[in-house]
Design a protein around this ligand. Sequence first.
Ligand code: ADP
Length: 270
Amino acid sequence: MNLVHATTQSRASGSAHEVSAAAITLQGVRKTYGRGDSAVRALDGVDIDFHAGTFTAVMGPSGSGKSTLLQCAAGLDRPDAGSVWLAGTDLSTLSETALTKMRRTRVGFVFQAFNLVSALNVRDNILLPSRLAHSRPDRRWLAEVVARVGLDGRMRHRPAQLSGGEQQRVAIARALSVRPDVIFCDEPTGALDTRTAAQVLTLLRHSVDVDRQTVVMVTHDPVAASYADRVVFLADGRIADDTPAPGVDAIAERLAHLGGRRSVGGAAQW
Ligand code: ADP
């Protein structure tokens, strides 16, 4: 296995990068699901920049709007109001076709449930984004990515023949394969044991520190969030706190103080 080593040192030593332009900007983003009494305001006016080459963890109680934030930022869902800028483009100006094309070339996704295609082997899963984008894969980059995630000997295996940690490493290789501007992760370690989770987080950290990728990760785990440069806390669809690299204990304490969410009508929802 050729997993990269922990890069917390580069964070701690401050060698981390100068903060540069925003890879993603959300301005006044609102999103409501349902209507009338049952309407739920999932996002209630979110303004935030995710700077290029940084790793942000998004946390908050269940129902606070984390997944909706990720979906809107990634162009998977359209806000009711406000705008989302990805790599300098206002997503609201794009047709569905242009949005899909942009997602395929500029964005990578890593999900809790891995979301690999079971009928395809590891190699074809990793190559899928390039195939969908009708772009020629960069063979050298793919070899580098495969070596980095420690999957050299597994290219002909199907997902079902791999452990959860290996499947998540395939998903990370797939996300990295097109050299996206941003990798969005929704609970990427939620289904993994502690040791395997650490490997996955180290890979994400490495892609920020070495490749200057931008990572935005939803997590409920303070240890996972401690790998990030910044932790954004949501509550009731709003940003409740935005803190540079707090420690595990500070993250857990902040989470404990955030409440559940409320519907537009005011009834608590848990
Ligand atoms: P989180 O990821 O923090 O758990 P979500 O973004 O998934 O929060 O959801 C925020 C709120 O919006 C929740 O109250 C949830 O029930 C509601 N919600 C999310 N998606 C939908 C949907 N497709 N239809 C109706 N309500 C939704």
